[in-house]
Each structure stands twice: as C-alpha cells, then as structure tokens.
Design a protein around this ligand. Structure first.
Ligand code: COI
Length: 349
C-alpha cells in the first residue's frame, strides 16, 4: 500500500520537492547509508524488456528466498554521483558510462539489462525525486547505487526468470576515514580478488563479498584498504578492494591494463583522458609491485573514493614504504579533474 509514482517526463511536477536542502551535518557525512525519500524500481520478465519504472518510497523489498541473486549471486551494481553546483543546479558524472558498464556486466552474468536511455532516465528521475538530499555545493555528493538482480525463483543452477532493476541514493562525503589525507595500503599476498576468465572485470556483487576477509584483516591492522596482486604471477598490481590504482614515475602515469580481472573504472578512464590531455604519458600495462615501491607518487581512483592519494604501502609485512608527497599528493591533481567530465545535461534540465 505504499504510494507508487510512475516515472515520466512530468515527474518533476509530480513531486512536492522543495528547493530546500535537508538539514544534515553536511561536514561530517562519511560514506554510510542515509535513509532518503524514494527509490526507482523496474522489473523484467523472460522477454528481456524492462517495465516502465516506478518511484516508490525508499525501503525494504520483498524477495523470493529462491531468487537467483540470493542463491547464486546473479547480481550487479553500479555507483555514480550527482553534485550540486554553487548556483543550486545538479550535475551527473557520466551516467551513460555506468549504463554501458552495467550492460557489459549483465551479458557476462546472463542477465537482461536496461537500455542506456532507460538507465540514464531512471538516474535522472531518482535524483530529482531525492533532490533535497543532494548536499550543498562543496559538501559531498549524492551517491546513486543502481542494482540489477535475478529476482525470479530458481532452484537448479540457471539464469533467473525475472530481473529487478533498482536505484537508491544516499548523500555521501569522503569514502576513507582519512578524508582527503593520504591513505595507507597493504599489498595482499595470500588472497586474490579475481582470476583470468572469472568475473573480476564486471561489477558483480560477489567480487565485493570475496574481498571482505582481506579488508577486515587489513583494517584491524590499521590500513585503509588492500591492494591485490594478480593470481597467476603474484607480482603485478590489480586493484584495491574499492578502487583502481595508478603509479607515477616522472612524467609517466601507469595503471594496470583492463584484461578481464580489473574493473574498468569510470573515474580511471576520466583520469587517463585528462592526464593525456595535459601532456602526461599514460601507460595501461602490467605494473609490477617493484615499480609500485619505486614510484614517485601513487593514487587511487573510483566513484566512491574519487581521487585518493596514497601515503604508504606495506608489502610482505616488512617494507613499510612511505611515499613522498605531502598532505595532498599527488600534487598535480590538486585542482581536480572532475569538472571536465560532467554531462551537459543536468537532471532538472
Ligand atoms: C564505487 O566506487 O562506486 C564502488 O562501487 C566501490 C564500492 C566498494 C563503494
């Protein structure tokens, strides 16, 4: 009996959203779930077409205990952000890239996916419906979490007969407790995140459950996050649990190549484009842990972490390697690349 609203072009006028921003402690947001107003939901049966989405109050969903996602992990997620400009208007960061990545991931996981148009439209509608939760300019962002899951019932191992696409949102600040200060990484030499031929290159939910153990151990020891090595040679960088990694040596910026075991990050792609446009040499290739320890500067990129400087790297328990660079290394990025890549279109036109 929850009120349901059809999405559509006239959605903005369906909502009595004031232009007022919610009263929150915007300076101490962190990265946690905040209950917002609405979430978007659309379903798809065996025909592969998603229904027109609905906007429903944010809250729990009913899920069959035999659903594909609960039993066999048939699920994907995305992450993207909306920012408020000083003039109050709202910008989205490259939502069509998330739509495309979800489609690629869905193919790998044998799921139908919303079209790019439907995905972007759903994102805009969800931001509009939760407009008052977009933080004031400069105080964080509204994080959007699109989910695609096999919601239909299965018992034998098979793709689910029904899929659900949801987008919920939460206002967020810095991902790491360090804020914008450099983070401390530990290189993992026991657990691996992905293997060749596996699903490391898509944003499937299982990739994140499988790193929780290494991350928990690292956090207990005081590290910010874990950097994984390749599972074959155990010497080439892959990615951090929550983000991609870059190393800088002189004028060359190197990052592990996308070869199926590393997530093709949208911030990663943006940083590469911006670095090239600024005259840096960018190399996407195998990057060894030795090169990492010899780097001038190291940083991580991701939607949640944005661009996070790395202050120290611990490898094999002994070498506590502290990178040069001050409070906000890498210095070259201080002015921030993000502004270049917002779409022209704001969700509220
Ligand atoms: C994101 O950066 O949006 C992610 O999905 C990473 C997640 C671990 C927070």
């Amino acid at each position: 009996d929850r009120p349901v609203r059809r999405c559509g072009a006239s959605l903005a006028s369906n909502y009595t959203q004031t232009s007022e921003i919610v009263d929150l402690d915007w300076d101490n947001l962190g990265f946690g779930i905040v209950q917002t107003d609405y979430m978007y939901i659309a379903k798809c049966g065996t025909d592969g077409n998603f229904s027109e989405g609905e906007m429903v109050p944010f809250g729990p969903i009913a899920l069959n205990p035999s659903s594909g996602v609960l039993n066999y992990g048939q699920g994907l997620f995305e992450g993207l952000k909306a920012y408020r400009k000083p003039d109050g208007s709202i910008l989205l960061f490259r939502p069509e890239e998330n739509a495309l990545r979800m489609r690629t991931g869905a193919e790998r996981m044998c799921m139908p996916a919303p079209s790019v148009e439907q995905f972007v439209d759903a994102v805009k509608q969800t931001v509009l419906a939760n407009k008052r939760w977009v933080p004031p300019s400069g105080k964080g962002s509204l994080y959007l979490r699109p989910l695609l899951m096999g919601s239909g019932a299965v018992l034998g191992l098979a793709p689910a007969p029904e899929y659900t696409f949801i987008i919920f949102v939460s206002p967020v600040g810095n991902y790491f407790k360090e804020g914008l200060a450099p983070i401390n990484l530990i290189v993992e030499d026991k657990f691996h995140r992905a293997t060749p031929g596996g699903t490391g290159g898509v944003k499937t939910i299982g990739n994140y459950a499988s790193v929780l153990m290494a991350q928990k151990i690292a956090k207990e020891k005081g590290y910010s996050d874990v950097l994984y090595l390749d599972a074959v040679h155990k010497k080439y960088l892959e990615e951090v649990s929550s983000c991609n990694i870059f190393v800088i040596k002189g004028n060359v910026i190197s990052t592990p190549a996308i070869k199926g075991t590393i997530l093709p990050g949208i911030t990663r792609k943006s940083i590469i484009d911006v670095a090239l446009s600024k005259g840096f040499q960018v190399e996407e290739r195998l990057v060894s842990v030795d090169e990492l320890l010899d780097a001038d500067e190291v940083f991580c990129t991701g939607t949640a972490v944005v661009v996070s400087p790395v202050g120290s790297i611990t490898y094999q328990g002994k070498s506590d390697f502290t990178l040069q660079g001050g409070i906000r290394a890498p210095r070259r990025w201080r002015r921030g690349p993000a502004a270049v890549y917002f779409t022209d279109e704001s969700p509220d036109g």
